[in-house]
Design a binder for this molecule. Structure first.
Ligand code: PEP
Ligand code: MN
Length: 365
């Protein structure tokens, strides 16, 4: 159990009907863009919170780093116009001061801030004696204690309207996700601290718009409290995260498409256990697919190498050796010989097919 003291959700200053929908642009770009996005979102339904990034902690320099303090007024005004509280990311004490002065209703700490206890402590110190809800994104790296530590620092400054945002973890290699969800982290946080609201940020997990609905649904199936989805009046010209932002219309299409399931199994513990096991299966399948794709890439490389050097695709000795060794590995791990045979054949067949395409493709040279 964690030592967090969180105010029960019913007593928060915000109205928190599940699922909370936090939406708005990745970045505030102009007064009009913030206002138009807010109005289009509210045209369908008022979100729980209106978001916009003012200071953008970009991973690489020379990209758009936010409009800065002047944008706060645009965000606050847009929120007032649609009657919705607003939120933005703070990364240091000056940001906190500026937000409090401008009347921002909820603050969040970004993934690049949560990793740094000095920055988190600086923000916590700036929040002493202030009564404002704060949401803490998971750190860039998969370290539950770092996430928990940031929540504790903010909590110890007296903030009890405290929530967490799950936005996934930075991968080293290219994966299907921009940030790997590793759902075991929000599950574990929930087990440690059942009263903390956890919001999922499918936009930063997906990095594109196609995967958004699946991630949002998964978050709902894990009984998380809400979603932060970036939306922009014209995503294609967005100054940051253009690929993952949806229009306000698309936002509500995704939200309306969600199936909000009642607990399949009544006992909460059983449900969490089941979710944990399913999560492990999902992760393993993702890894299998990733590994198969990696294997195929190497096979293709071998194909073009063989082509350059005039070597035949099939080298029987090598394949016999592979089958023998892999079957032995399989046996050691309790996989039947028949299963290993079938699996290896399917994989090998596909490799040969891919290599043949390379061999026959003159362009590849
Ligand atoms: C954002 O919400 O736009 C953002 C910068 O997110 P993260 O901290 O998750 O990268
Ligand atoms: Mn973003």
């Amino acid at each position: 159990m964690s030592a967090l003291e969180i105010k029960p959700k019913e007593e928060w200053s915000l109205s928190l009907d599940k699922p909370w929908i936090i939406s708005g642009p990745c970045s505030a770009e102009s007064e009009e863009q913030v206002m138009e996005t807010a109005k289009e979102i509210a045209n369908v339904q008022k979100p729980t919170l209106l978001r916009a990034g003012i200071w953008k902690p970009r991973t690489r320099p020379n990209s758009f780093e936010g409009v800065g303090v002047g944008g706060l007024e645009w965000l606050v005004n847009a929120g007032r116009e649609i009657g919705t509280p607003v939120t933005t990311e703070v990364a240091n004490a000056q940001h906190v001061e500026a937000c409090l002065k401008a009347g921002v209703d909820v603050l969040w700490l970004g993934a690049r801030t949560t990793v740094n206890p000095f920055s988190v402590q600086e923000i916590a110190d700036a929040l002493k004696g202030v009564d404002i809800p704060v949401l803490v994104k998971n750190p860039l790296n998969p370290d539950l204690n770092l996430w928990l530590g940031a929540l504790e620092r903010i909590n110890q400054a007296g903030i009890t309207e405290l929530g967490a945002i799950h936005r996934g973890f930075s991968p080293f290699e290219k994966t299907i996700y921009r940030n790997i969800p590793q759902w075991e982290f929000p599950i574990e946080l929930k087990l440690m601290c059942p009263e903390i609201p956890i919001i999922c940020d499918p936009s930063h997990i997906a990095g594109n718009t196609e995967l958004l609905p699946f991630i949002a649904q998964k978050a709902m199936d894990l009984d998380l409290d809400g979603l932060m989805i970036e939306s922009h009046v014209q995503p294609s010209v967005a100054l940051s995260d253009a690929k993952q932002q949806v229009t306000p219309k698309q936002l509500w299409k995704i939200v309306r498409g969600l199936v909000l399931r009642q607990a399949e199994v009544d006992a909460k513990e059983l449900k969490t256990k089941l979710a944990e096991l399913r999560e492990r299966i999902d992760r393993i399948d993702e890894n299998i697919i990733q590994f198969l794709a990696d294997r195929m890439k190497v096979a293709i490389e071998i194909g073009s190498y063989k082509k350059k050097n005039d070597v035949t695709i099939l080298q029987v000795n090598r394949w016999d050796e592979i089958v023998k060794q892999r079957k032995y590995f399989g046996k050691m791990l309790g996989l039947s010989e028949e299963f290993m045979d079938r699996l290896l054949q399917i994989v090998h067949k596909e490799s040969i097919k891919q290599q043949t395409t390379v061999m026959n493709n003159v362009e590849q040279e």
